[in-house]
Design a protein around this ligand. Structure first.
Ligand code: TYD
Length: 155
């Protein structure tokens, strides 16, 4: 099953929006298969944002991304790379439509709440960057039937 990487950025964590954003992915039906809080450093950021090296805003994003811890999430689901990107909305949150995460929670380009991998190839690379094999999990989503079957047997 396809997997993608989400990073809840420092603005998301410090504005107490992490739960709301995670909940949106859960409600959509995407499965959380990895999750951890971490403090980013220069070497991880140089690698993660290597495609932006040389841009005038590069130093600014690095400073912002180190300003508070982030939450890295591995999501799994059908076509989840494309689905998660669509849920984020475009990079410039002011242009993001209401109903998207950036559209609902931000007015900024830099402080735009979250990162989501932009292709299957990036997702595979980025997941390896943030999660070891033992930090990614495989489990079945619960159904009410399976949750309550033991209680029903006991009467
Ligand atoms: P990018 O990878 O182009 O966008 P996305 O995160 O939507 O995949 O850019 C990475 C981050 O860099 C982006 O989320 C916010 C920041 N950024 C700026 O601060 N200014 C800019 O002009 C751009 C394009 C990005």
């Amino acid at each position: 099953m396809e997997k993608t990487l989400i990073l809840l950025k420092p603005d998301c964590v410090s504005r107490d929006l992490a739960g709301s954003v995670i909940s949106r992915f859960e409600k959509k039906g995407l499965k959380i298969v990895g999750l951890k809080m971490l403090q980013l450093n220069d070497s991880l950021l140089d690698e993660h944002y290597s495609h932006l090296k040389g841009k005038p805003f590069f130093a600014g994003i690095k400073k912002f991304m180190k300003s508070a811890p982030i939450i890295a999430i591995a999501l799994e689901g059908l076509e989840c790379v494309e689905v998660a990107r669509a849920m984020c909305g475009p990079t410039n949150a002011r242009k993001a439509a209401p109903g998207t995460i950036r559209g609902d929670y931000s007015l900024s380009v830099q402080s735009n709440i979250l990162h989501a991998s932009d292709s299957l190839e990036s997702a595979q690379k980025e997941l390896k960057r943030f999660f070891s094999k033992s930090e990614l999990f495989s489990y079945e989503k619960a159904s009410f039937a399976s949750i309550y079957s033991e209680d029903e047997k006991k009467g």
